[in-house]
Design a protein. Sequence first.
Length: 384
Amino acid sequence: MYSNLVNFIRNIYETNDFIPLHSPIFNDLEKQYLSKAIDTTFVSTVGSMVNEFEASIQKFTKANNAVAFVNGTSALHLALKVSGVKENTEVLTQSFTFVGTCNAIKYCCANPVFIDIDKTTLGLCPVSLKSFLVDYCELRNDGFCWNKKTEKKIIACLPMHTFGFPCDTLSIKSICDDFNIILIEDAAESLGSTYFNQHTGTFGEIGVFSFNGNKIITSGGGGMIVTNNIDKANLVRHLSTTAKLDHLWEFNHDQTGYNYRLPNINASLGLAQMQKLKSFVKQKRILAKLYQNWGKENGVYFAEEPQNTKSNYWLNTIITENKKEKENMLLNINKMNVMVRPAWKPMHMLKIYENCQKNSLVNTEFLYERIVNVPSSVSNKHIL
C-alpha cells in the first residue's frame, strides 16, 4: 500500500525527486514585486506595500480591518492582550494545535485550559466546550466567567481551524456569548476557507492568519489580524509599532510596545502571492479530491471538509486505523523520499503544558495516534 501511495503522489507531482510536505510556489511575479520594494528603499516596517497587503487581506476576507504582523504568533499575542488576557486569567483552547497558540497565551502570563476537539472538524468541539463551562464555570455579578476550580477569570476562547478545516464556529460563538467569553480565531492555516460562505477569522472578535513559508500563501514570515472592531485594530497597530506616537521627528512612546510590524519587503512577497490565492485554493481542492478518490479505491481514509464549509485543504490528512499503522506509514513513506508527517504532539503531552487544566481529551489523543499529513503543495505548472 505504501508503494502505491508513493507512486500516486509521484504521478501527481511528476517527479522522482524528493517531495516536500508543503512548499511555496514562486515565479516572475514575486521577483517583480520584490524588486519594486527594493527600488523604493523602504524594505523595513515603513512602506506602502504593508498597507496594500493589509487591504488585500481585508478585501478577500471581507473584514473591516486588517493589521500586518511579522508572524502569526506575534499577532495572536496582541490579539489576546488587547482582549484583556493577562496574568491570573485563562484562555480556553485546544490541545491539538501548533505550540504557537499556547505560547501566545503564556506571553500574556495567562494559562491555557484544554478542551477536546471534534473528530469531524478536527477543531475545538462545541459539545466539549459547553460541557466544561457547565461543569466548572459560572457567570458572576462582575459579568465575567469564572473557573470555579482555579478561581480565575476565563477571558477568551481560542479555537484553531486545523489543517484548513473550519471548526463549528457558529456553535462555539453562541456558547461563548452565553458565558461572556471573547472569541478569538486562530485561523493561521485557513486562509481561503469558509463556513456558511463566511471567511474563517471573521466570526470572532479577532481572527489571526499566518503567512509562514509552509502556508497556502507566504510572505516569508508574516501574520495578520482581522477584526471588525476599529478600536482594537487601531490599538494592535499602535502596540505592534512600539507604541510610538505620531510626530515628524520626536520619539515618544505612550506604553510598552512591541516591534511586531511586518517589513515592507515581506509584504511585497505577500502581495504577489495574493494574486494567486484563488488559483491556489482551486488547485488544492482538486488535489484533495484526487487523494480522497484514491483513498476510497484503496481503503485509506482522507479527512474531508465538514458540512457547510469550504476548506482550503492546506494539508491533506490521512486518518489511519491505529497508532501502529501511523508509525509504519511515517517510517516507510519517508524512506521513499516523500515527506509525510504526524500531527503536532498535543500540548497537554508537552512538559511545559502538562500541568494545565483540561477536560476529557479522548478525541485529541485518538486523532494524534492516527493522523498522517501527506504532500499538499500546489504544482507550479497549474498556476496561472
